[in-house]
Design a protein around this ligand. Structure first.
Ligand code: NAD
Ligand code: WQD
Length: 339
């Protein structure tokens, strides 16, 4: 059973390829390596014993995408991770983000449609909820105006998929990820931000290893128990496993409607200080950090109502915060030893 994984060399994609191969799927990856490196394929092969097929091209190239689908018209499903994801950069380069994230989606959907491939899993984000009125946030919560062009590409993408489903044979599952962190237990794959990280965990591990001088904790005056912002951190391997279940659900015709949306979170919120405490406890290190002002555009607190995905997908995040911070640290050390 052949599955196309776009962006399969990236952080979440590579972990998903591992889980797909472990579950017996044949994987073909398309990635332009704009935010990843070709070595990841060797790491995947080391973990699973199988080197996945990789085609390197930019999915905004319509001809190349069409040609790809013609050559692989036996694909049974597509998991579409390929996208640019840096919120701050998207504010600086909105057109780059709209072009990359939307044109690649359109080209993939057209390629699927022309080759009668109907099963599509899309990487969406909790960013579509903004600061929800009610917590935990469920899939039926209203979509808030996006805070950034990146967030807007996820909202528009969901609309594009929904409109396409109405008039084609396409079926889709949008998975709204909360905050994926951590790395594979082998420490052979993990998160590899280019330049200075925006996200909390890579900043924490790079500070601990000495690449960054200190972590800035953005805001301690939020209306939360310790004053720092709260998120629903989810282990990337738990997240990856949900994709395998979603693909299988589509192939087995178990969907309740042609477009399903699921939250992928643990259902638990942790503050920035709690994440730091977990990291310090697990590693035995003292993290150099300081409290600074709030970061523009940050929501105060958000965590998932994961009951719908737990029930419908039969999936539940299993790994706790200490496993997430510990595995992120193992990966950071292993990666720096190699480079
Ligand atoms: P990532 O940058 O590690 O992986 C994305 C991969 O897609 C990279 O390997 C990149 O080279 C590739 N890519 C990007 N544009 C491409 C194009 N036009 N053609 C071909 N390949 C292209 O990101 P990730 O963290 O693994 O995120 C995967 C998906 O999940 C993205 O859609 C992202 O928006 C979404 N998401 C991520 C998070 C998160 O916090 N990491 C949260 C919610 C949603
Ligand atoms: C987490 C918390 C920061 C860095 C982003 C995107 C979202 C989704 C996930 C893709 C916040 C605090 C962070 C630092 C800090 N991605 N922090 N110091 O902002 O919840 O979500 O990634 O869809 O769309 O917006 O994640 O990891 O950046 O921040 O104090 O150096 O850590 O203020 O409270 P965020 P994050």
């Amino acid at each position: 059973m052949k599955i196309l994984v776009t962006g399969g060399m990236g952080y979440i994609g590579s972990h998903t390829v591992v889980e797909l191969q472990n579950a017996g799927f044949e994987v073909v990856i398309v990635d332009d390596l704009s935010n990843s490196s070709a070595d990841i394929r060797d790491a995947i092969a080391q973990i699973t014993g199988i080197k996945p097929v990789l085609e390197v091209f930019d999915l905004i190239d319509k001809e190349k995408t069409q040609d790809f689908f013609k050559r692989h018209n036996d694909i049974k499903g597509v998991i579409h991770f390929a996208a640019k994801k840096a919120v701050g950069e998207s504010v600086q380069k909105p057109l780059t983000y709209y072009r990359n994230n939307l044109e690649s989606l359109i080209n993939v959907l057209e390629g699927m449609n022309e080759n009668n491939i109907s099963n599509f899993v899309f990487s969406s984000s909790c960013t579509v909820y903004g600061q929800p009125d009610e917590l935990p946030v469920s899939e039926s919560a209203p979509i808030k105006k996006a805070e950034s062009p990146y967030g807007n590409t996820k909202q528009i993408s969901e609309d594009i998929i929904f409109d396409t489903i109405k008039v084609t044979d396409l079926k889709a599952i949008a998975l709204r990820y909360f905050n994926p962190i951590g790395a594979h237990e082998t420490a052979l794959i993990g998160e590899l931000p280019l330049g200075v990280p925006d996200n909390l965990l890579p900043y924490v591990t790079q500070t601990a290893i000495g690449i960054r001088e200190k972590l800035n904790v953005f805001g301690e005056d939020y209306n939360t128990p310790d004053g720092t912002a709260i998120r629903d951190y989810i282990h990337v391997v738990d997240l990856a496993k949900a994709h395998v279940i979603a693909v299988q659900r589509m192939i087995d015709n178990e969907m309740k409607k042609d477009f399903e949306v699921f939250n992928l979170g643990t259902g638990n919120g942790f503050s920035v200080l709690e994440v730091i405490k977990s990291f310090e406890k697990v590693t035995g290190l003292k993290l150099n950090y300081q409290i600074v002002g709030r970061r523009a555009g940050d929501v105060e607190q958000v965590w998932a109502d994961s009951s719908f995905s737990n029930k419908e997908l039969g999936w539940k995040a299993e790994k706790g915060l200490d496993e997430m911070t510990g595995s992120a640290w193992m990966w950071e050390q292993a990666y720096r030893q190699k480079t």
